[in-house]
Design a protein around this ligand. Structure first.
Ligand SMILES: *[C@@H]1O[C@H](CO)[C@@H](O)[C@H](O)[C@H]1NC(C)=O
Ligand SMILES: *[C@@H]1O[C@H](CO)[C@@H](O)[C@H](O)[C@H]1NC(C)=O
Length: 544
């Protein structure tokens, strides 16, 4: 009896397994294909190369400021970058160069870096208008990297380092190349979530480094949420004292935050913090009395709490002081104010809120109450001279927004209609919906991220111009310092190329060839980027 049942069941299971495998193996790229672009990632906009090879000697090669450059030795950002990239180009054993005595027939002796704009932005912060374009020319014994601003230099140094390879005899080489490059989208972000799990500063820094290798330029820091409040506020220290997982070991101190922002700046990366309200705030309530709405069960409080209490003056006094602090701690012109997934159940249960709804004439439309709250938060943040980003619900629910608001679209259903609507209303838009990297499954999902096209919705050219980029989001429910890095890379790299390269760069075979090499390069540079599929790297990851 048992075996009779088991046999068909087994067949069924085998069938399911085969079906699954087939589904994924259908779109496996041709792993034998080699891209003519070598290991470049993301692919530059204009690229020309030839078979003429120059050799580089670790003992004599230099990255130098061009005489004509507007930024010289006093630009710490560039000096810092030269050191980083020198180390990438010459991994430790090659620094002295076993070719020291050899003189090459055609040697590349230096890379001259030339910022052409009178103000190279050396001491500034990157912003959404930053010029990241650059030109790179390797065609004689001196290579030239030219950019208006330091931001373009950073992108160009990364590209130069990707052009350099070890030939079959171990000599460091680079082919004659001309590149003219610029990003397709101005906002290319990665969202990390430090509330569901605390991410040690070291892990954040390592991923900022990897972001720079992929030409990402925004770190969207979803810093607090329901589970924990790791941001140490000078004005309200009890928020992290009570709301963090641990008040000393699981917090970001003011100096941590400062270090992260500076580390990011040196790599041309903006840090946009998200302080999401009125939902997603349970951890806030632990250190700030009366901030959250008490939920009711029948006529009496149930002991649980809901979203921020929007009917108390003290709420707005608190928010004013907190956002005043945040606006000085974080240097970027934008703050993300969240506004997603507000659960109305608790508000509905609370008699004081019911009374307030009546007084305001909101009827039973709790979206109006949410709008009332958000409107006031937006006004508060406006007085700090910051601009704001919000999740799409805020617009969907009819909140009146300042015209410079950036709307973050994250919902996958009816995505194209939403993009049409948001851009139709004239708002600058950032797209996250296709790139929720916390959703994992069997197979090569990088292709799905890679092929997602941000501008495929119906709309005028003016509407499409309003989409300024997108973000790869790695929410933290199942992610902490143990698995963040391999889960993010190289899957986020697929998003990086979609947002940097030309829209017609969509060949999955070509992408696979370059991405597999890019992943091995990330491993060689020290981060555990997970494999795309069966294969190997010349230098395997062996832990640190
Ligand atoms: C660089 O030059 C070598 C030697 O001529 C050639 O085999 C190789 O394909 C070239 N690489 C690229 C990316 O053009
Ligand atoms: C809240 O502030 C408003 C405007 O300043 C004021 O009219 C109102 O009385 C205050 N409410 C409470 C409960 O203090």
């Amino acid at each position: 009896m048992e075996t009779q049942v088991a046999a068909p069941l087994l067949l069924l299971l085998v069938g399911v397994c085969l079906a699954r495998r087939e589904e994924y193996y259908d779109d496996v790229p041709d792993v034998g294909f080699t891209s003519q672009y070598g290991p470049l990632w993301p692919l530059p906009q204009k690229f020309q190369t030839s078979a003429v090879v120059f050799k580089l000697s670790g003992a004599s090669f230099r990255i130098v400021d061009a005489k004509e450059s507007s930024s010289g030795a006093s630009c710490a950002l560039l000096q810092n970058a030269y050191r980083r990239y020198f180390n990438y180009i010459f991994p430790s054993t090659k620094k002295q160069g076993h070719n020291k005595k050899k003189t090459f027939v055609s040697a590349l002796s230096e890379l001259q870096v030339w910022t052409t704009s009178a103000d190279s932005d050396c001491d500034g912060f990157p912003d959404v208008t930053s010029d990241e374009s650059y030109q790179l020319s390797v065609d004689s014994s001196v290579a030239v990297l030219k950019a208006a601003k330091v931001w373009g230099v950073l992108r160009g140094l990364e590209t130069f380092s990707q052009l350099v390879y070890e030939d079959e005899y171990g000599a460091i080489s680079v082919n004659r190349t001309e590149i003219n490059d610029f990003p397709r989208f101005a906002h290319r972000g990665v969202l990390l979530d430090t509330s569901r799990h605390f991410l040690p500063v070291k892990v954040i820094l390592a991923n900022l480094e990897a972001m720079a290798w992929n030409k990402f330029n925004v770190f969207h820091w979803h810093i607090v949420d329901d589970p924990s409040f790791p941001y140490l506020s000078r004005t309200f220290p009890q928020l992290s004292q009570q709301g963090a997982y641990h008040p000393y070991t699981h917090v970001y101190t003011p100096s941590d935050v400062k270090m992260i922002i500076e580390f990011a700046r040196l790599r041309g990366i903006r840090v946009i913090p998200e302080f999401d309200t009125p939902g997603h705030t349970l951890s806030w309530g632990k250190g700030q009395k009366d901030l959250l709405t008490p939920c009711y069960s029948g006529a009496s409080p149930s002991g649980t709490f809901g979203p921020v209490n929007p009917i108390l003056n003290t709420t707005y006094e608190f928010m004013s002081m907190l956002f005043k602090e945040i606006s000085t701690v974080f240097t970027d012109a934008y703050i993300h104010l969240g506004g997603d997934e507000v659960d109305f159940g608790c508000w509905k249960s609370n008699p004081d809120i019911q009374k307030f709804m009546e007084q305001q004439g909101f009827g039973t439309d709790y979206k109006k109450l949410e709008s009332f709250y958000i409107q006031r938060i937006l006004d508060i943040v406006s007085t700090t001279n910051k601009h704001y980003m919000i999740w799409q619900e805020v617009l969907d629910n009819g909140v009146k927004l300042k015209p410079d608001t950036v709307v973050n679209v994250w919902m996958g259903n009816q995505l194209e209609a939403e993009l049409e609507k948001v851009t139709g209303a004239g708002f600058t838009t950032i797209l996250s919906a296709p790139w929720y990297l916390d959703w994992i499954g069997y197979g090569q999902d990088w292709q799905k991220y890679y092929l997602a096209e941000p501008l495929s919705f119906k709309g005028t050219d003016a509407q499409k111009k309003l989409v300024i980029g997108g973000e790869a989001c790695l929410w933290g429910e199942y992610v902490d310092g143990t698995n963040l890095t391999p889960r993010l890379w190289p899957r986020a790299s697929a998003v990086a190329e979609r947002l940097w390269s030309d829209k017609d760069v969509r060949d999955v075979n070509d992408a696979y060839s370059r991405l597999a090499q890019h992943r091995c390069r990330m491993i060689q540079r020290g981060i555990p980027a997970e494999p795309l599929i069966t294969g190997f790297c010349p230098h395997e990851y062996s832990g640190q």
